[in-house]
Design a protein around this ligand. Sequence first.
Ligand code: SF4
Length: 377
Amino acid sequence: RSFDKIFRQNTPLVQTIISKIRNVTEDLISKGLRNIKIMTFCGTHEWTTVYYGIRSLLPKNIELVAGPGCPVCITPSEVIENAIRLAMEGIRIYTYGDAYRVPILKRGLPRSLMEAESFGGNVKSVYSFLDAIKDSRLYGKESVFLGIGFETTAPAYAIPFAHNIVPKNLSFLSSLRLTPPIMRYTLDLYMKKGIKSIDGVIAPGHVSTIIGAESWEFLPREFSIPTVVAGFEPLDVLLAIVEILRMINENRPGIIIEYRRAVTWHGNLQAKKVIYEVFSIIDAGWRGIGFVPRSGLDLQQKYRNYNAYEIYGLSNHGNNHDDLPPLCKCSEVVLGILKPIDCPLFMKVCTPERPYGPCMVSEEGTCLIWAKYGGFG
Ligand code: SF4
């Protein structure tokens, strides 16, 4: 496969790393540690893992599980339903291409923003918030930007507000979410449900360029989980696995920045400053999961004239934990409890061409990644 080519060009290096992984794993087995579960938090890490067949290179007792790092997958159905309702009332909704296709739960409404548009709803797909700002200025009528994303995207939303360039006719429907709180929630849930905990975490690289590696420091400190902030090349992922195994073997859980070309300990201070000048931290809903404390961002009171929740009297940010289509296992997939192939609908009812659940929509969605690149190993 052509996409293997770059990876294969590194064969001697890859083999050195693989043999290191094998050596440490044998050591761990000799110490009685048979199964090691490592979470690739970020959808892009899962993409690298599947695309380059990394699971097939690892010893059988190392399990890589995907994590909640897909903003489109976890945006509550209610938030998109609100956007669809507004679009059907003629208010222009700006959205990114992947959010455009996310299926909602509610009956009696078009199934997605895409379907809303085909029924005459006012929906416009854009590449960025700035594109929406430009278009909205020309348009001059009521419009709403559906703001989906994690900490990586938040500065791009915050800066136009901080610089006062958002036109008065454009409001913001925030579905911004924060990643460390959902990681903590996942670990607490594992503990409550008696699920085998995670032995290591590959922390998200892009998010960490903003929030810094320090944001993941609670993982080794409170949960004794070795953590590596990694880049997105296949070698980055393999190196992260080696480092996690080494920390487990030495029984010295810590945090390592493998992605040094982009991530620092404190992150991007200016970006963090502008985010918290514009947004406040709120308890926020995650699709199929429900409210997670202090896991979302919404516009501060001083920007309330731009806040679509206030302007249109919309209900909260997705309290309903039961907002997946029947039988869809997306919440378990997102929390690393199930794999896409454990879902009875995978590649039967739910396919990339006709997504039934939200994890089959975005390029960062585990189900779509597995469906497209075959991560069944
Ligand atoms: Fe949900 Fe589709 Fe994934 Fe099943 S395959 S968990 S229905 S997104």
